[in-house]
Design a protein around this ligand. Structure first.
Ligand code: FAD
Length: 386
C-alpha cells in the first residue's frame, strides 16, 4: 500500500489537527490507586471528551455518513487514531460501542436496530460493554454456559459473565448466550443486546493490580431480552461474535500502536534527561524497541489492505495484537530498568504502565490463542487438535 498521503488525506489530517488544537482534553485525572470515585471521574473525563468529539463530528469518522460518521476511508481512520494519540486524547468512553458494537450492528443488525442503537453510541449517551467471557469460557468461548430460554414475550437469561469491562457504566451489553443445548456447541449460540438496567443483573467490580476496577463480574438471574434485540438471528451467535472480535483486534490496533509510540518517546525523553542514553546497552534496547514500534505501525497499515479487500477485518489483526502486547510489556520493563525505582512508585504514570501492561497478553485474546489463529488462518498450517 502507498503510505504517502493524498491531498484529500492531508486536508483531513490538517482539519483534525486544528480541531484537537482547539479542544485540548486537559490533563488526565488520576485513577487506579485513588478509589472508585477517582475511577468514575476518570471515566467522566473520557465521556465528556467523546461528547466533544461527537459535537465536532469526530466521534466515529470511520462510520458511514448515513449512520452519523464521516465516511472516512481506512487511511483517514488511521490518521484519526494517529492524531488522537498525538493530541494525548483519551480513547472515547464508549470505545466498545464505537469500535465493536456499532460495526457489528452495521454488518448484522436490522434497520430498526441500527436506527435505535447507533446514535446513542456515537453521543456516549448509552455506553456498551461486551459480555462474552465466563468463568469456564474465555479462550474457548464456545464453551459458554449462560442460557437464554425463549418465553412468550422474549428471552429469559440466566448465567454468569466475568471480566466485563465497563459494565458498571453500561446501558447495553453485547451478550452471547446458549439458546440450544442440543445443537453442536458453536451452533447453539445467539447474540443479544441486553439492557443492563434491570434488577436481575448484578454487577460486581473486580479490583486489578493497578488498583482500578475496569472490569466486573455479572450475575444474571432471569434478565429479560425482547425478540427485537436478537442480532443476526437465533443460533447464529458464533458468526456475529466473530465479527465483534475481529473488529476488536483490528480497530484497536491503530490506537494501541500510536499510544506505544508516545510512551516510547516519553521514555527516550526521560532517559536523555538523566543521561542514560550515553549507555550503549540502554541506547541499543531503546533502538530495538523503536524498530519494533515502526514494524507495528507498518503492520497496522498493512491490516488496512485486508479490510479494503474483504470489507471486514481479517485474522491478520491477531498478529498486530500479539506483537503490540509483547512490545508494550517490554517497554514497561525497559522503563523500570532505565529509570529505576522511580518507575515503580504506586500511582505514578510508569508504575501504572508496568502493572497494567501485564494484562495486555490476555485481554482481547491471549497470545497463545492469537498464535494459533495466525498459524492456522494466516499461514495455513495444520489445525491444533486437543
Ligand atoms: C484487562 C482485560 C479486560 C477484559 N475485558 C473483557 C470484556 O470486556 N469482555 C469479555 O467478555 N472479556 C474480557 N476479558 C477477558 C478476556 O477476553 C479473557 O481473559 C481471555 O479471552 C482469556 O480467557 P480466560 O481468562 O478464561 O483464560 P483461559 O482461556 O482459561 O486461558 C488460560 C491459559 O491457557 C491458555 N490457553 C487456553 N486455550 C489454549 C489453547 N487452545 N492453546 C494454547 N493455549 C491455550 C491461554 O492462553 C492462557 O494462558 C478481559 C480481560 C482482561 C485481562
Amino acid at each position: 500500500m502507498d503510505l504517502t498521503f493524498s491531498e484529500r488525506e492531508a486536508a483531513f489530517r490538517d482539519e483534525l489537527r486544528a480541531w484537537f488544537a482547539d479542544n485540548d482534553p486537559g490533563p488526565e485525572p488520576s485513577h487506579g490507586r485513588d478509589g472508585a470515585e477517582a475511577d468514575d471521574a476518570h471515566f467522566g473525563w473520557r465521556r465528556d471528551f467523546q461528547r466533544r468529539l461527537h459535537a465536532g463530528g469526530w466521534a466515529a469518522p470511520h462510520w458511514p455518513r448515513e449512520y452519523g460518521g464521516r465516511g472516512a476511508t481506512l487511511t483517514e481512520s488511521a490518521i484519526f487514531f494517529e492524531e488522537l494519540g498525538r493530541a494525548r486524547a483519551p480513547l472515547p468512553a464508549n470505545v466498545l460501542g464505537l469500535l465493536l458494537g456499532g460495526p457489528t450492528l452495521m454488518a448484522w443488525g436490522t434497520d430498526a436496530q441500527k436506527d435505535r442503537f447507533l446514535g446513542p453510541i456515537l453521543s456516549a449517551e448509552e455506553i456498551w460493554c461486551q459480555g462474552f467471557s465466563e468463568p469456564e469460557a474465555g479462550s474457548d468461548l464456545a464453551a459458554l454456559k449462560t442460557r437464554a430460554v425463549r418465553e412468550e414475550d422474549g428471552w429469559v437469561v440466566t448465567g454468569q459473565k466475568v471480566w466485563t469491562s465497563g459494565a458498571q457504566h453500561a446501558k447495553w451489553c453485547m451478550l452471547v448466550a446458549r439458546t440450544d443445548a442440543d445443537a453442536p456447541r458453536h451452533r447453539g449460540l445467539t447474540y443479544f443486546l441486553m439492557d443492563m438496567e434491570q434488577p436481575e443483573i448484578q454487577v460486581r467490580p473486580l479490583r486489578q493490580i493497578t488498583g482500578e476496577s475496569e472490569f466486573n463480574e455479572l450475575f444474571i438471574e432471569g434478565a429479560r431480552i425482547p425478540d427485537e434485540h436478537v442480532v443476526g438471528g437465533v443460533g447464529n451467535g458464533w458468526k456475529v461474535a466473530l465479527t465483534t472480535l475481529m473488529n476488536e483486534r483490528a480497530g484497536l490496533a491503530f490506537f494501541l500502536q500510536v499510544r506505544m509510540r508516545r510512551l516510547l518517546d516519553d521514555l527516550i525523553g526521560e532517559a536523555a534527561a538523566r543521561g542514560v542514553l550515553d549507555d550503549d546497552v540502554a541506547a541499543e534496547r531503546l533502538g530495538a524497541l523503536h524498530v519494533k514500534t515502526e514494524i507495528l505501525r507498518l503492520t497496522a497499515y498493512r491490516g488496512l489492505t485486508a479490510i479494503e479487500k474483504y470489507g471486514q477485518p481479517g485474522p491478520e489483526g491477531s498478529l498486530t495484537k500479539w506483537m503490540w502486547s509483547e512490545a508494550n510489556q517490554e517497554l514497561a520493563e525497559l522503563a523500570v530498568d532505565l529509570l529505576g525505582p522511580d518507575a515503580l512508585v504506586a500511582g505514578s504514570p510508569w508504575g501504572y504502565e508496568v502493572l497494567r501492561s501485564r494484562g495486555n497478553s490476555i485481554e482481547g485474546g491471549t497470545t497463545e490463542i492469537l498464535k494459533n489463529i495466525v498459524a492456522e488462518r494466516v499461514l495455513g498450517l495444520p489445525r491444533v487438535r486437543g
